[in-house]
Design a protein around this ligand. Structure first.
Ligand code: FAD
Length: 458
């Protein structure tokens, strides 16, 4: 166990941000700007990975529309002051009384980081709701590793189906089930379907179109249930036209190695089940000792102050009241997180400088919502006007492209899109694990014995 002091006495006021997602990084960036030229405040950020994932573009990594590295930005590249520090490690405990955070670094050691002000920005993690088999047999869509693993898995299924002679097994290999029809579920399903069909046509001519099936399973009765009904209805119509199998108002009962049980007792044989059906706040928030709601999110005021002095919470791990609409809360979106960060930075500086009257509530009304449903189709509402089809898709792309950090990042994404639209995506499978290891294909496949007779000529 090591305690880390990086600066020298007299110690500057240290703001420690835990979590390097949209909320954490934007808070750090705004703090740096607001305290430019000051040596009495320093900003540290701790996160599991040394980069921030640009989640709205994550499903494009699994379809190969975007290179994996172009969907992330290094934490260190986003901090500019010499006194700022980005630490890569797992936050394992927070001691509010001692004002210390315990972090396990890549060296396996526990490092204790002291703070004066703490920001909880740990986001959420995949929730399984106790559904049997979710943890063991599904792939998520939350991290870069998820998107990378899913892409490899889809290609693995195409390769195996190409070699398979048993028609039932071929169908199971070519059946993709997505649990959850919210934003990430619909966007992921859209990308998978478009990628599989395009890749089949060009590289796997022995696979017939009707052997491929994409199922979208949603507990609520509509697609995009958190959005306005018109958006969900349009998305549903377009997805059905494209041949998606939609199971709305249908629970996933169990996921098995060889398929998924939905509704009353319907079994869908499938080797690839993607779970986007739920997110829960990081358990570290609940364990920290700040007041939390039933879901485990930090209960904060509209200024983002928690129940403990000097501790603030932001983003998906916080329940932030909507100052304009009493009784309502800001939703867990990237769009909200980056705006919350600006106000939070101002509030923290006001608080550090002893200006409590300048600590203000977060006020923001969403300009609009846009979702991509794949195949150059989108749906949304901007400034109260409904948009759909190719226009909505272009708006979606344009908006998120404009939010990609830095000129370099924007160029990389734009070039990926351009090259992909000219040359298409390829089925290169980057196996990063040892193929001789039994778990090498990921959790939801069945490995067969090494010798099989597949040549019909004998
Ligand atoms: C596939 C997908 C698509 C999405 N599309 C959109 C969209 O189009 N528009 C939109 O507005 N929102 C979208 N969202 C939602 C958006 O990504 C979240 O609302 C946003 O990321 C929340 O930011 P955050 O910083 O609070 O949390 P996160 O982005 O989850 O960041 C939390 C950070 O904390 C780190 N962390 C967690 N626990 C620990 C620990 N114990 N130790 C160290 N580090 C830890 C994580 O690694 C992560 O870096 C999408 C989400 C997904 C998954």
């Amino acid at each position: 166990m090591r305690t880390i002091y990086r600066s020298e006495p007299p110690w500057p006021h240290r703001v420690l941000i835990v979590g390097g997602g949209f909320a954490g990084v934007e808070t750090a960036r705004h703090l740096e700007r607001l305290t430019r030229g000051r040596s009495d405040v320093e900003v540290w950020i701790v996160s599991r990975e040394n980069f921030t994932v640009f989640t709205p573009l994550l499903p494009e990594v699994c379809s190969g529309g975007l290179e994996a590295r172009h969907c992330v930005t290094a934490l260190r590249a986003q901090l500019h002051r010499p006194s700022s520090w980005a630490v890569t490690g797992e936050v394992t405990a927070i001691d509010l009384d001692a004002r210390q955070v315990a972090v396990i670094g890549g060296d396996g050691e526990v490092h204790r980081l002291n703070y004066d002000t703490l920001v909880l920005a740990l986001g959420g993690e995949t929730a399984t709701f106790g559904i049997k088999g979710i943890a063991e047999y599904t792939v998520g869509m939350k991290t870069l590793a998820d998107a990378f693993a899913l892409r490899n898995r889809i290609i693995e299924m195409l390769e195996r189906a190409d070699l398979e002679t048993d028609p039932d097994e071929r169908r199971a290999l070519l059946t993709f089930v997505i649990g959850g029809a919210g934003f990430s579920g619909v966007e992921t399903a859209g990308e998978i379907e478009a990628f599989v069909r395009r890749t089949r046509r060009r590289f796997y001519p022995k696979i017939a179109t009707d052997e491929i099936a994409v199922h979208l399973v949603e507990l609520k009765p509509t697609v995009l249930p958190e959005q306005e009904a018109a958006m969900g209805e349009y998305a549903e119509r377009r997805l059905r036209q494209r041949g998606f199998h939609l199971h709305l108002g249908t629970p996933i009962r169990e996921v098995r190695e060889v398929g998924v049980v939905i509704g009353e007792d319907t079994f869908i044989p499938s080797r690839t089940v993607v779970w986007t059906g739920g997110v829960q706040p990081s358990p570290i928030v609940r364990d920290s000792g700040v007041e939390v709601d039933r879901a485990g999110r930090a209960v904060v005021t509209a200024t983002m102050a928690t129940s403990r002095a000097g501790v603030w919470a932001i983003g998906d791990c916080a329940r932030i009241p909507n100052a304009e609409r009493p009784g309502e809360f800001h939703g867990p979106t990237a769009q909200n997180a980056v705006r919350e960060a600006k106000q939070l930075a101002r509030n923290m500086v006001a608080s550090i400088d002893g200006r409590p009257h300048d600590v203000r509530p977060f006020r923001y009304t969403t300009i609009g919502t846009l979702a991509s449903i794949g195949n150059h189709t989108g749906v949304g509402k901007v400034f109260g006007i409904g948009v759909r089809g190719a226009i909505a898709w272009f708006m979606w792309r344009g908006y998120y492209w404009s939010r990609v950090p830095g000129i370099g990042g924007k160029m990389r994404v734009a070039l990926d899109w351009l090259l992909n639209s000219i040359f298409g995506s390829d089925p290169v499978q980057l196996k990063v694990d040892d193929p001789r290891h039994p778990g090498a294909m990921g959790p939801s496949g069945t490995r067969r014995g090494p010798v099989r007779h597949v040549d019909p000529r004998g």
